[in-house]
Design a protein around this ligand. Sequence first.
Ligand code: BES
Ligand code: ZN
Ligand code: ZN
Length: 498
Amino acid sequence: MQVIVNTNENINGTLVLPLWQDSKNMASGSESGVHRSLKNQIENILAEGDFKAKAGTAMTLAGTDGGKALLIGLGKEEDATLQSMRESGAKVTASRGKIHGKMLTVKFHGMKDEHMAAFVEGMILRDYSYDNYKTKDEDDDSDDGEINVHVTCEDEKHAALEAAADISSAVATGVHLARDLGNAPPNDLYPMEFARQAIEFGKAHDNVDVKVINYDEARTMGMGGLVGVGMGSYRKPCMVIFEINGDKPGPSPCIVGKGITFDTGGISIKPSPSMDEMKYDMHGSATTFGVMQALVASGHKDRVIGLTCMAENMPSSNAQRPGDVITTYSGKTVEVLNTDAEGRLVLSDGLWYAGTHLNPSYMIDLATLTGAVVVALGHEASGLWSNNDELLNNIKTAGDHCGEIAWPMPLFKAFEKEMTDSKIADVRNLGAGRWGGSNTAAAFLKQFVPNMEGTDDQIPWAHLDIAGTAWGAKTNKLVKNGATGIHVRTLHHLITGL
Ligand code: BES
Ligand code: ZN
Ligand code: ZN
């Protein structure tokens, strides 16, 4: 979608009119440039109360010689939030359809800067579909080409809205990249293919450096977690490290992603129903890559690190077994009691490598780690754990701002104790019972956060369990279906303040 913010009165294509609930007429000033017969039609509809403009509603007008219009309900002005405005903007894109074509003109009038910006952001974010694998009907060109949106507002608000729209467009490239990666089928997106795409991304940008630790190197380096999970697959595991603006001094934010390109469960194999959804088990890595893209596109100038732990969790004669004891990159040993608790194993090496080699100011990992977090929070929020209250609050605030809720969860000592009482190793990869599974998983990860150099204090670290938010959230109005690109915007906002 191309968004052009201007102040002229021309209406290009369909007129899109955002309206507060129970508006009885068009806001004075917003009618300029609207053909008289279309204006009369709209005024009649509003005066009669035939369109109440409740949040989430839309009405298409067509058939007059005054052009077409799309009325969008914003709900009550006093109830408006950034998220409700994003959702209203998304409604424009969702209800556009063939009737309105690819050219729209949104007319704002008398609206707050941040409300207009959020509306435009919602329009841009919702403009996504994954059709790489659909055979194109050569005779149907209705889906060809970009949507062009002209946005008009008062002169004095123009510059701020244009700047906000530019940032939203940049960040959306990261969200949409994360969604593309998440939606990609697992036969085509496997660990080294993800690495290949990351290397291409590095080559395309002067300020991006990408390094890949391949399977042989991971073995030599003693990355027993990554190797243990990935060795059962013909498609071997790897670690991908992104560095943006590496010439700038650190310490810098570091994002770490779980990248299981398919999770069968391994020898502790999962049941068949919905197993296809385990292609999304790499969404942590998709978000990490998406954040890198968003930062580059928005012109971020400081150093940022991304690291993804890529593996395919398969059963085979070469797969790890329940009962195996592995030595992770940290030197700590882990008793593998369930091969389906694999995300924590690959992340143990990722967190330790990031903390000891990449000079992070803080580390945030994202992982579709547990079914238990979906039991706890449904699809409405990601679980958020941290060893540092300030980092936790900053992530929570950034998530609230972006409408991507991250909900604080506990790191009780009892959970750490439960995960470190293996009879034969330092740590066990499975809780002692079935309760609190997302908390014990977080407590496991905490064992692999190194201390800050020369201190007894751990590096500030946070863990986001995105198993409920990475896909399947029917209430997410910015996403029609499939991978959501969750937390690309949260982390971009956290890192840049934009
Ligand atoms: N990738 C899954 C977690 C998952 C399950 C995400 C369902 C989204 C939906 C993870 O690797 C896993 O299998 N976790 C196990 C852990 C258990 C064996 C301790 C789980 O949650 O059942
Ligand atoms: Zn698993
Ligand atoms: Zn998994």
